[in-house]
Design a protein around this ligand. Structure first.
Ligand SMILES: Cc1cc2nc3c(=O)[nH]c(=O)nc-3n(C[C@H](O)[C@H](O)[C@H](O)COP(=O)(O)OP(=O)(O)OC[C@H]3O[C@@H](n4cnc5c(N)ncnc54)[C@H](O)[C@@H]3O)c2cc1C
Length: 290
């Protein structure tokens, strides 16, 4: 079924047991073919106009859940506020996939390697969720519960992602890096994002997030605490990277061993922090998140 409104979609989800939301289908259809999910009915949310919008209002950038990755990476409003998100989207799959896959689907699939999660986590993003009786807003960090499990209830729809913005402030930089076995059509072995605010020669605030190294995409808060009040010098970034790697809880699977993932976390965090700090200093990324 293809409802025209969020209210209609949540009413169907509440009324039909086993009903499942579908957006681009690039994750769900694969899992259906593997017999891992067997929906009784698919509720296609892609024809709901309100879920396709990108809007900037004062201190908030709101991106609708069914905005496709192609639209996301081409949107000037997103590039102005969240360049690391654009970097992540540009490295997802390949062109064909990016035309179908959506922001909401990437997050709601709740896979530990979801590429859009780390850049959104370092921007302190929140998610808007609609149910048949009420709506709620959650920090993105609380949205990820376990591999393939988000905080969404069966009758709820993820409607948008919101990124806080404090326009005009200078000295902020963000970056995203991904390591995969190929350059395209590949899930991350490890991905990482960083956001820093530098004033003078000192890191006032830093946020670091990693994917594919824990049951859910994660913030590395120990590393963040180490960076606060320090100069963005190579040895400081290296120490923070060691701390971030120590915070990971990777597994061994067909893509990599746990030990390789931990080592890669160290390397990627060091590099992504250096890139974010350089951008903060170079004024390439002038919009600060609150
Ligand atoms: C070849 C290939 C390459 C890929 N490469 C990458 C990659 O590089 N990086 C990466 O991160 N992922 C990758 N993926 C995984 C997938 O394409 C992405 O996660 C994509 O963003 C999923 O979005 P979708 O709209 O297709 O989701 P769907 O498949 O439609 O849905 C995924 C899950 O989210 C739920 N859902 C979707 N939208 C909503 C909503 N609005 N509200 C509530 N629930 C919702 C669905 O019920 C389902 O459980 C790849 C997949 C393939 C097949």
């Amino acid at each position: 079924v293809a409802p025209a409104t969020v209210e209609e979609a949540t009413a169907i989800l509440a009324a039909r047991e086993g009903a499942h939301v579908i957006a681009g289908g690039t994750d769900l259809v694969v899992r259906m073919r593997q017999g891992l999910v067997q929906p009784s009915v698919l509720v296609d949310v892609e024809r709901i106009p309100s879920l396709r919008r990108i809007a900037r209002r004062d201190r908030l950038l709101r991106i609708g859940a069914t905005v496709t990755i192609s639209t996301l990476v081409a949107a000037a409003e997103v590039a102005a506020v969240a360049p690391a998100l654009v970097e992540a989207g540009g490295q997802m799959g390949a062109g064909q996939l990016r035309h179908l896959a959506t922001l909401g689907g990437n997050l709601a699939s709740a896979v530990p390697s979801a590429d859009l999660a780390p850049p959104l986590l370092v921007m302190d993003a929140t998610v808007r969720i609609a149910g048949p009786d009420q709506s709620r807003i959650l920090p993105l960090e609380a949205f990820f519960v376990a591999p393939h499990r988000s905080a969404l209830r069966p009758d709820e729809v993820l409607t948008a992602v919101e990124i806080p913005v404090a326009g005009g402030a200078e000295g902020c930089g963000a970056a995203f890096l991904k390591f995969g076995k190929r350059r395209a059509q590949v899930l991350a072995v490890v991905n990482a994002a960083a956001w820093v605010r530098v004033r003078g020669d000192v890191i006032e605030e830093a946020r670091v997030a990693l994917g594919a190294v824990a049951p859910t995409p994660m913030r590395a808060r120990g590393a963040e605490a180490l960076l606060r009040g320090q100069r963005p010098a190579p040895e400081v970034l290296a120490e923070a990277a060691d701390a971030a790697a120590a915070e990971t809880r990777p597994i061994t699977d067909m893509r990599a061993s746990a030990a390789f993932r931990r080592e890669l976390s160290r390397v990627l965090v060091r590099r992504v922090l250096a890139r974010a700090a350089q951008r903060a200093g170079g004024g390439r990324d002038p919009v600060c998140m609150t």
